[in-house]
Write a protein that binds this ligand. Sequence first.
Ligand code: PLP
Length: 393
Amino acid sequence: MLSKRVSHIKPAPTLALTAKVNQLKNQGVDVIGFGAGEPDFDTPEFVKEACIKALKEGKTKYSPSAGILPLREAISEKLLKENGVDYKPSEIVVTAGAKMALYLVFTTILEEGDEVLLPCPYWVTYPEQIILCGAKPKEIILSEEKQFVLTAEDILPHITKRTKALILNSPSNPTGAVIPEEEMRKIADICLEHNIFIISDECYEAFVYDDEKFVSPASFSKEVREITFTVNAFSKTYSMTGWRIGYVACPEKFAKIIADLNSQTISNATTFAQYGALEAIKNPESKKFIQTMRDAFQRRRDLAYELLSGIPNISVVKPKGAFYIFPNLSFYSAKLGSDLALAEFLLEKGKVAAVPGSAFGRDGYIRISYCVSEDVLSQGILRIEKTLELLKD
Ligand code: PLP
């Protein structure tokens, strides 16, 4: 018998789609995949070299469960310099990716029956992890008319006595929405007033476009910092998804528990991968690398937005960050019964793969990841357009 806790668990649909696309490609099918949640850039060479050096020097044993000190010191410096938050190395825990950081945070603060405010559309993993910890995700529906941006007034009606935490993911996966600083401050004030933890998933901080500004809520005040878990990773910023290095920064009393949870589950994030991450954060060349990726994503975002806007009967919000775009295809999905059926139709008839919006809690949409070249992006969107034409009557 399976335990009740895991009986609902599903594989991450985004990873499942990528696996399906790879399988089709291996069979020789000419399929375009818009499912990937990872940059199509290779990890910088200097990061790989640092990891190889660490391996050769014998950095192949357990590390402290909170992570190697030089890496926590470097993260502490980065958080102060770039995010304006003062976290000591003892308030930072290195984890096996941001996914594990989030899971450890949920495990640390959630009790059976607690509620976690979850702006919807949301990244697929949040509700699963919340439920695994015995708590309930409470969706806050974000409107397309407001560009999917969470506002303070959206939150208030959802607060109950059981509300324990709010998830912020700005820039957002899957919409690319960025919460402006002024709004973020109002949201933080509400959390302070109602004793609600803020879990700020900052994985896409490096990818913000136009004049939009990234902001870490923990930088607002000492009080907000006390209720905030700042989660981040090397995965997207340095194109290191497979390395599995992320971190959480939070007040020491929580960081200590999270490090203990690390020590009783995975012991530590892979030791030599931590040395690669250390190089990524320290080497000045990284700035150029990130800028190149950001500029490429911004060009692709512009292209995807322009092409999608030209397709009849769909609406699309221009994303301000991350590397996803989330068009509304409800006119077409209604004809097939669901967005899942539409995604299958696009794959079967158009040989183009995108994740259905329902995976992110919103039927009628699809998520397109623009982690592909501009050429592939245009070809793929053209395929979507041609395939949707089959449904126009
Ligand atoms: N948070 C968000 C919003 C994500 O989109 C992802 C990955 O897709 C993660 C966290 C997980 O990051 P990591 O690969 O570091 O576990």
